[in-house]
Design a protein around this ligand. Structure first.
Ligand code: GLU
Ligand code: ZN
Length: 308
């Protein structure tokens, strides 16, 4: 059952990569930012492999991600959670929500929703369609319109977005990220979620789900997203090579600069462990740039950054 009575005094952070490829500079920033915020607050830091989206899973990339984290001095607490091992739990919660009449099947295509203005306004809510081979949506009875971000302050979303009945199980039968991320963060008793700003707006859906489940809402903080061009996340095609496994120091220092830490010159010859220790001691949320995106511009063996 859902754990909603745990002690929230303790800081428990997490990094939740999708194993769709190796860690690149952007995912390193999310790993590092969540780690530093946890450790600077004497917290623990957990790692969860979000392998729910089976078609996107690349075999072996989970172990590659984990060994990269170790190489960069980012050691996790406790054991690794794999979403693929939690399907029974997700289904149980889905059944509970279904019995409570909170879930319905939807036959609308993406194209149809787009034609009707881009937001889903509950077309199939009362049609009582059979669940088989349809997407399942959660009735949005507790819309969240704003929240206070640890780095970016008050975030307000469009009300049409906040009020959408969003998909919790996809037509192809896979559980949707929006559902399982919350169920896992509740199960793992996560108190602080620090991640990339690509997930800034969906946070309101997640907060609504915590409330619906009667669980305590964690704190959210969104780090600027590393982009190759405005609006374009880093991908395997552009900067994946940035993660140097043999000489992680330089990339680590670049990632710290990206997060607003002014790395001192003497760190250039420090070990990975020394750099991480320095960063834990120096970390302050106020230093993190509040931008949604920062463009990486390669310059001999390193990067310069352009806040967007
Ligand atoms: N698995 C998601 C990703 O790699 C991150 C989910 C999260 O941090 O909430 O983009
Ligand atoms: Zn529909």
């Amino acid at each position: 059952m859902l754990a909603n009575t745990f002690d929230f005094g303790a800081y428990r952070g997490r990094f939740a990569p999708s194993p769709s490829g190796p860690l690149h500079f952007g995912s390193l920033v999310a790993a590092l930012g969540s780690y530093l915020d946890a450790k600077a607050h004497n917290g623990s830091w957990l790692v969860r492999i979000e392998d729910i989206d089976i078609p996107r899973v690349v075999t072996g990339s989970d172990s590659l991600i984990l060994s990269t984290l170790e190489n960069y001095g980012l050691y996790w607490d406790g054991s690794i959670r794999y979403q693929s091992e939690c399907l029974n739990h997700y289904q149980e919660v889905l059944n509970t929500l279904t019995n409570a009449k909170q879930v319905y099947a939807c036959k609308c295509t993406r194209k149809e929703i787009k034609q009707h203005g881009g937001f889903y306004t509950g077309h199939c809510r009362d049609l009582e369609l059979a669940f088989e081979q349809q997407a399942l949506r959660l009735k949005q009875s507790l819309p969240t319109y704003q929240f206070n971000d640890l780095f970016k302050g008050n975030i307000i979303v469009e009300s049409k977005f906040a009020e959408e009945d969003y998909i919790i199980k996809r037509r192809d039968g896979l559980f949707a990220y929006q559902l399982v991320v919350v169920l896992d963060d509740i199960e793992q008793q996560i108190s602080h979620i620090v991640r990339g700003a690509d997930l800034l707006f969906p946070t309101v859906r997640q907060i609504s789900l915590y409330k619906l489940l009667g669980a305590k809402v964690p704190q959210f903080g969104h780090l600027p997203l590393a982009v190759a061009e405005p609006g374009f996340k880093l991908s395997k095609q552009n900067y994946a090579a940035a993660i140097d496994m043999d000489k992680p120091q330089q990339t680590l220092l670049a990632a710290l600069n990206f997060l607003g830490l002014d790395t001192e010159a003497q760190l250039k010859s420090a070990t990975v462990e020394e750099i991480i220790q320095w960063a834990v001691n120096t970390w302050q949320r106020e230093h993190v740039p509040a931008n949604d995106e920062i463009q990486l511009i390669p310059s001999d063996n390193s990067f310069t950054f352009k806040p967007l």
